[in-house]
Design a protein around this ligand. Structure first.
Ligand code: NDP
Length: 292
């Protein structure tokens, strides 16, 4: 028998989540502030709850997917007494502090809290492309791993600290924005020479894949606290960063990011670390300076 599941919040993501549970044969109870958003799911066999309270009371596993934590507290706040004995899985995006505070509150109501981060768009939910990260008590994850597996390819457990899923989430978002900003910088520079972004894209993709291949080794250096220049020294990087700044300035392309990147390496070089590898810059990220 499949675990009955409740989904609170049927926006773009919540509807996809509830749909994935239904597809895998889980009895699903759904609730949304704007009731009409439950229509399609009701047509597919979901039970429509008249209130958030009734929805929570309907299942041992309660998924929450709302705009933000203000909405989560507005919806769950009055329901403390029905959370007792249930597992609340909150897939609403937020900060690690919000996740930890909400976990403490749910636990005071007698419930168990898992925080989650969805690394996918709604269309990918239920497919192998959807990765969802969870943090909180291991036993609750193990108990519901199979049901949570309905949401997609991998349900990954990160650890007991409820804040971890939010931290991994922003870690990956940082990566995404830095990669995309680098792509836009390159596209603007090439655009100034009349080259279309579509011509740059395959070369950019190779570059991203090359860097991706470095991550495991660089991570080892960061964890070991040693930064040998296996491929290239910071001195060499700094010289190339200078080219990026010059090209941007001379073509009238925004040079703000290139100057910031150059400042990071220049500081390390000025501190006598020019012979080390790129991961030496981790110290600057860990302990920000006022200079850049
Ligand atoms: P939507 O804007 O589509 O849906 C928001 C939902 O929150 C709606 O169900 C809305 O209800 C509800 N809501 C907002 N405020 C309140 C409130 N005060 N009381 C009750 N319900 C409220 O957003 P998404 O579904 O796209 O996103 C939901 C969460 O999922 C966000 O935290 C988002 O960051 C996260 N997420 C989304 C991804 C995506 O690609 N869409 C990817 C990864 C994470 P109503 O219909 O009544 O307005």
């Amino acid at each position: 028998p499949r675990t009955p599941v409740t989904v609170l919040g049927l926006g773009l993501m919540g509807e996809a989540l509830a749909g994935a549970f239904l597809r895998e044969g889980h009895p699903a109870t759904v609730w949304n502030r704007t009731a009409a958003k439950a229509d399609r799911l009701a047509g597919r066999g979901a039970t429509r709850a008249g209130s958030a309270r009734d929805a929570v009371a309907a299942a041992p596993l309660v998924l929450v997917c709302l705009t933000g934590y203000d909405a989560v507290h507005e919806v769950l706040g009055p329901l403390g007494d029905v959370l007792d004995g249930r597992v609340v899985v909150n897939l609403t995006s937020g900060t690690s502090a919000e996740a930890r505070d909400t976990a403490a509150w749910v636990e005071r109501q007698g419930g168990t809290y898992l925080d989650g981060a969805i690394m996918a768009i709604p269309d990918a939910i239920g497919t192998p492309d959807a990765a969802v990260l969870y943090s909180g008590p291991r036993a609750a994850f193990d108990l519901h791993e199979r049901a949570l597996g309905s949401l997609g390819g991998t349900a990954t457990y990160l650890g007991a600290d409820h804040g971890l899923s939010a931290l991994y989430d922003v870690g990956v978002l940082s990566l995404m924005w830095n990669i995309l900003n680098g792509f836009l910088q390159g596209a603007a520079l090439l655009g100034a020479a009349g080259v279309e972004a579509t011509a740059f894209a395959p070369v950019a993709r190779n570059g991203i894949e090359t860097v991706a291949g470095w991550l495991a080794g660089y991570a080892r250096q960061i964890d070991d606290g040693v930064h040998p220049a296996a491929d290239s020294t910071l001195d060499t990087h700094l010289a190339a960063m200078e080219h990026l700044v010059q090209e941007s300035e001379s073509h009238g392309v925004d040079a703000g990011l290139p100057r910031f990147i150059r400042a990071l390496a220049a500081e390390a070089v000025a501190a006598g670390r020019g012979g080390e590898g790129y991961t030496a810059l981790i110290d600057r990220f860990r302990k920000p300076s006022d200079h850049a």
